[in-house]
Design a protein around this ligand. Structure first.
Ligand code: PLP
Length: 365
């Protein structure tokens, strides 16, 4: 970690691996002897084709994506997928089950109301989104077309540690993995569809990745815009129209880096270690710092916490920034602090934050 870089705890866009940024810098002006920047390349030229194909194949290796799934590199953020998912895999009168564990799964549910008949089968709202339901208690609708979850709630910091078995007509589980995508191994075969914005763990904003089982493609509702139709994108290998070329290139560099680190098993170990030392610091502060989330479902990616003396929160955030630890302010809807510690946050960044927390407590206890 270079001394001229801050430790950036932003929730997304978020910190990227320094070696990936340096590699991009070295290739910015002339990509591998092509005489062009990736930004200047035709998306139909052989250079860019090699970039997008390598990105897809490296992602397939990382997540061990079965061949009967398509990988799509799209635009519009995960927010667009809140509409695209029901448009592609439901008829307008199909029932769908939603588990609402925080703001993002709530947004997905609300958008789905325009395109199908979603039903909230569990909501954590009354407990301020600090929990994941027990799967045995879920009352799934056997007629539902799919079960939708948000695998990691970026704002509330709750994360599914395992996944419910969908008990609907086709056994389809759909997950928004925006904020824990590629942070740990995932058994893709358990899902009908996974979607994720790139800008937390795997690249810059502007790229949205969809991993979808092929039998779910091709039945989009008639009014589905061409840009949201998975069939169009799958048939054209994400090159139906101009894709977010530079962003896809950056994601490709991140995938290479994750493979070089030893793949997602190794990445998960590092993420677990970072999360453990941060939660431990919170829990061992005798209530000076607090994390409201139930211990067993605390996110390894987004760590929300508050100060018992809440009037000191502004000072905490300001003093941390002076020590080059930035973006620690909690989401405007929940307040407090939030440390996002995605793949690219080095252990040293979390260690520095923990040391700062201890000093801050000593000063103010
Ligand atoms: N879902 C989750 C879990 C998120 O964290 C976010 C963004 O922060 C979104 C969806 C929305 O993503 P986008 O802003 O890319 O549309």
């Amino acid at each position: 970690h270079s001394s001229d870089r801050v430790f950036n705890f932003a929730a997304g866009p978020a910190t990227l691996p320094e070696n990936v940024l340096r590699r991009a810098q070295s290739e910015l002006y002339n990509w591998r002897g092509s005489g062009m920047s990736v930004m200047e390349m035709s998306h139909r030229g052989k250079e860019f084709l090699s970039i997008i194909q390598k990105a897809e194949s490296d992602l397939r290796t990382l997540l061990e994506i079965p061949t009967e799934y398509s990988v799509l590199f799209l635009q519009g953020g995960a927010t667009t997928q809140f509409a695209a998912v029901p448009l592609n895999i439901c008829k307008s009168d199909d029932a769908v089950d939603h588990i609402v564990t925080g703001s993002w799964s709530d947004k997905a549910f609300k958008e789905a109301q325009k395109y199908c008949k979603p039903n909230v089968i569990w909501s954590g709202k009354s407990e301020k989104y600090t929990k994941i339901p027990s799967f045995d208690d879920l009352k799934q609708n056997p007629e539902a077309r799919f079960l939708h979850i948000c695998a990691n709630e970026t704002i509330h910091g709750v994360e599914f540690k395992n996944y419910p078995t969908p008990k609907n007509q086709n056994g389809i589980l759909v997950a928004d993995m925006s904020s824990n995508f590629c942070s740990k191994p995932v058994d893709v075969s358990k899902f009908g569809l996974i979607y994720a914005g790139a800008q937390k763990n795997v690249g810059p904003s502007g790229v949205t990745i969809v991993i979808v089982r092929n039998d779910l493609i091709g039945n989009a509702q008639g009014l589905t815009p061409v840009m949201l139709d998975y069939k169009i994108h799958a048939e054209n290998n994400s090159l139906y129209n101009t894709p977010p070329c530079y962003g896809i290139y950056m994601c490709g560099l991140v995938f290479e880096d994750l493979l070089e680190q030893g793949g997602l098993v190794e990445v998960e170990k590092k993420n677990r270690k970072k999360a453990e030392i941060l939660y431990q610091a919170i829990d061992e502060s005798n209530g000076f710092f607090r994390c409201p989330v139930e211990k067993s479902v605390r996110s390894f990616m987004n760590v929300p916490f508050t100060l018992e003396k809440s009037e000191l929160e502004g000072e905490f955030i300001k003093e941390a920034a002076k020590e080059n630890m930035v973006q620690l302010k909690g989401h405007r809807s929940v307040g407090g602090m939030r440390a996002s510690i995605y793949n690219a946050m080095p252990l040293a960044g979390v260690e520095k934050l923990v040391a700062f927390m201890k000093d801050f407590q000593a000063k103010h206890a």
